[in-house]
Design a protein around this ligand. Structure first.
Ligand code: 5GP
Ligand code: SF4
Ligand code: MG
Length: 465
């Protein structure tokens, strides 16, 4: 998901809509905005579909007045996969202290246990979302201010959260102690502040990057001032390495490092680790493009756009049902026949999850007359599900959980298949010494099976780490 908030401009909701549009790659199912105006109070709108199809309508935007607003773009990981408008964030609550709204990126790993406990004590849930627990925990807190109540609530939840929240006077940002999901602070003009999942959300409205919200930090922005606190116990930072590989936009900057450059460097590492004689390096668009450029630069094998992507389809995997996902590949990608005919082709993609994409692309490229097909993958084999906000399927559907690399190569049906090593990935992400196995610098659980936070709800249901 993507979260965004602005305080201190006239009609903040318009800026929020633009920020959400820049974060659309983080979630395409639905979006919502809550805005506050000193005279007209809180207003909200929640819609299915793209930001550009909803939050561009004058009639809708005029109903979201005020200098303070937050927004959310949704990609369902927790909660209902069916399209239910009640699950679309931000969530709003009317408390004794006044109203407050919360938008959340990430996934809480103890939300099911908390929900049962809260329901037993009389909470009435409106949605199936893990995030709603935060609202109920805030309602139950004895703290005297909204930020203190939010901190109270966040001390009870486990897992990954980057939060953008608001009251009638304050914009609030918070990140879980490990900082699994990104969140940055920006400044717009002299008096306005912005919170965004990624820096590309600042760029679109001309805001300046100030800094990242630190893992375990909470910021409260009101009256042009920023108050920072550390409500959680200290913990080692474990940012999601898959943000670098796939999830974030390549023009975003994370930890002072361009996501594009990390991806290009993954390609360089891959060319060193897994060289092969071939005529062309082709990306599987768009997510494989920077790594393919790096592979081509390092190997000296020419880069070519052997596959064309239809711009008007969303990301395949973000479509929540398997049936749509299966159709997706052909709807979205087509091979440039004249280019690949008779050629030995290296295809570079970001990840192999179920393996269906790779298998279909191989078919398409062989149909088009390629002489050989070699897959190079910009992440290690995805063998474990993510419980922190990326929608990987359970182990039974993960190709790498069932097969060795050679078995995967044969199942996909290609001449060779190689994945970047974990160390190579860490080097590409700027860790010159590679992965510190005693204390990894990132979360890489979907590749290593080492979960930095035990997924309590899953373990209760029989998941074995
Ligand atoms: P596959 O067909 O192997 O499941 O999907 C691999 C390709 O689709 C990659 O190009 C990746 O960009 C994307 N993808 C498909 N499904 C998922 C998923 O569930 N999680 C992630 N992280 N990527 C996926
Ligand atoms: Fe990111 Fe993978 Fe960790 Fe999930 S399990 S947070 S996708 S690195
Ligand atoms: Mg892809």
């Amino acid at each position: 998901c993507g979260v965004f908030g602005v305080i201190g401009v006239a009609d903040a909701a318009n800026f929020v809509a633009l920020g959400m549009h820049a974060l659309q790659h983080r979630g395409q199912e639905a979006g919502g905005i809550v805005a506050h105006d000193p005279e007209k109070g809180f207003n909200s709108a929640h819609r299915f579909g793209y930001v550009r199809d909803n939050f561009t309508k004058a009639s809708l935007m005029e109903a979201l007045p005020g200098p303070l607003a937050i927004g959310h773009v949704r990609y369902s990981t927790a909660g209902s996969k069916a399209a239910v408008i009640r699950d679309v964030q931000p969530f709003f609550g009317e408390f004794s202290l006044g109203g407050a709204a919360v938008a959340h990126n990430g996934n809480l790993t103890n939300a099911e246990a908390l929900r049962r406990e809260l329901i037993e004590h009389g909470a009435i849930f409106q949605s199936s979302s893990d995030t709603e627990c935060i609202i109920h925990l805030m309602a139950r807190s004895y703290q005297k201010t909204h930020p203190d109540r939010l901190a109270d609530a966040l001390r009870r939840v486990e897992g990954a959260f980057s939060i953008v929240a608001m009251t009638d006077t304050a914009l609030i940002g918070a990140r879980d102690p490990m900082g699994v999901r990104p969140l940055v602070l920006g400044r717009l003009g002299d008096n306005a502040y912005v919170l965004s999942s990624e820096t590309c959300g600042l760029d679109i409205i001309g805001a300046h990057f100030v800094r990242e919200i630190a893992p375990g930090e909470m910021v409260v922005i009101q009256n042009g001032k920023i108050e920072s606190s550390r409500p959680f116990h200290a913990s080692q930072s474990r940012f999601c390495i898959f943000e670098h590989v796939y999830f974030s936009r390549p023009d975003s900057i994370i930890g002072g490092r361009s996501v594009y450059e990390t991806r290009r460097q993954i390609g360089v590492e891959l060319a060193r680790e897994a060289p092969v004689e071939a005529d062309l390096v082709c990306p599987v668009p768009d997510s494989g493009t920077p790594a393919a450029i790096g592979y081509s630069q390092e190997s000296g094998i020419p880069f070519a756009l052997g596959i064309t992507r239809n711009q008007y389809m969303g990301r395949t995997f973000i479509e929540p049902t398997e049936q749509i996902r299966n159709m997706g590949v052909r709807l979205k990608l087509n091979v440039n026949r004249s280019l690949v005919q008779g050629k030995r082709v290296i295809l570079v993609d970001d990840s192999v999850v179920r393996g269906t994409t790779s298998r279909k692309i191989k078919e398409m490229i062989l149909d088009a007359g390629a002489a050989e097909v070699h897959f190079r993958i910009a992440s290690p084999p995805t063998a474990w599900p993510c419980f922190y906000g990326v929608d990987t399927p359970d182990r039974s559907k993960l190709l790498a959980a069932r097969m060795s690399e050679d078995e995967m190569r044969d199942w996909i049906g290609v001449d060779s298949l190689k994945f970047i090593s974990l160390d190579g990935l860490y080097r590409a992400a700027g860790e010159a010494e590679g992965r510190n196995s005693a204390c990894p610098q990132y979360c890489d659980a979907c590749f290593s099976g080492e979960y930095p936070v035990a997924p309590a709800d899953q373990i209760a249901k029989g998941f074995e780490m």
